[in-house]
Design a binder for this molecule. Structure first.
Ligand code: FMN
Length: 227
């Protein structure tokens, strides 16, 4: 499978969330041959969308000369688009959001009703793509935290999407937390194996991965003791 990872953490390979993403990819590699490319979005020259809509009328060409042309080509060559990012203000970090805004050339201005909402008609063939979001956050609670990012991801990529959300993710970068992070990463690896085999992850496994690693109050008191 050709996998394009867009790492939305400005911390690049020092990202807490990339520990989770790397474990997932390890699992996928154990289940089969994978061709993986990781783009650290922060290192690419990606201008903001200007909202001119010309790309939606002219068959898909954006007038901006930057790295987005190459990113779009890579997306279209992939089987799986994996967004790995820390939760920033209940959404994705701005550099990654800039990339997501710039996928507009893949759609035309024409709209069509899909279920009970409207979506744009594609002007490129991305029908073979699956979409995976792996996000982590600094609070111990997932409720009242991840919902906007998950909902945005599902609306952006309405088919073949999977969302993994892991609270307490700064622990992945803390060596002293290994007794709890290592078993969690093993579960993530298993999820990667399952996903590679069937593009689904067992519900109970998903629930275990997305739950806090240590009780919320304990996590909060550890964080508070260091401030
Ligand atoms: C600007 C900013 C906004 C953040 N917003 C949230 C948030 O809304 N909810 C949350 O739980 N954590 C929030 N965090 C914490 C990060 O999600 C957390 O530190 C994460 O582990 C960083 O992952 P990374 O190392 O992969 O970049 C925020 C951090 C920053 C810097």
């Amino acid at each position: 499978m050709r996998i394009l990872v867009l790492n939305g953490s400005p911390k690049r390979d020092k990202s807490d969330v990339m520990h989770v993403t790397s474990a997932f990819l390890e699992g996928m590699k154990e289940a089969g041959t994978q061709e993986i490319e990781i783009i650290n979005v922060i290192d690419r020259h990606i201008e903001y969308c200007t909202g001119c809509f010309s790309c939606m009328h002219n068959g898909g060409t954006c007038f901006i000369e930057d790295d987005m042309k190459e990113v779009l080509e890579k997306i279209l060559e992939s089987d799986l688009l994996l967004l790995s990012f820390p939760l920033y203000c209940y959404g994705m970090p701005a550099p990654l959001k800039a990339v997501i805004d710039r996928v507009l050339p893949l759609s035309s201005m024409a709209m069509t009703k899909v279920g009970d909402r409207y979506d744009h008609v594609a002007q490129a063939d991305f029908s073979r793509l699956s979409y995976l979001m792996i996000s982590g956050c600094g609070f111990p609670n997932s409720r009242h935290n991840f919902e906007p990012a998950v909902e945005q991801f599902k609306l952006m990529f309405p088919v073949e999407h999977t969302c993994i959300t892991v609270p307490e993710s700064p622990m992945f970068s803390a060596p002293e937390a290994a007794p709890v992070t290592e078993p969690r990463l093993q579960l993530v690896k298993e999820a990667g194996r399952q996903y590679a085999a069937a593009r689904t992850i067992d519900e109970a496994l998903m629930e275990a991965i997305c739950s806090p690693m240590i009780p919320e109050e304990v996590y909060a008191s550890i964080v508070n003791s260091g401030v």
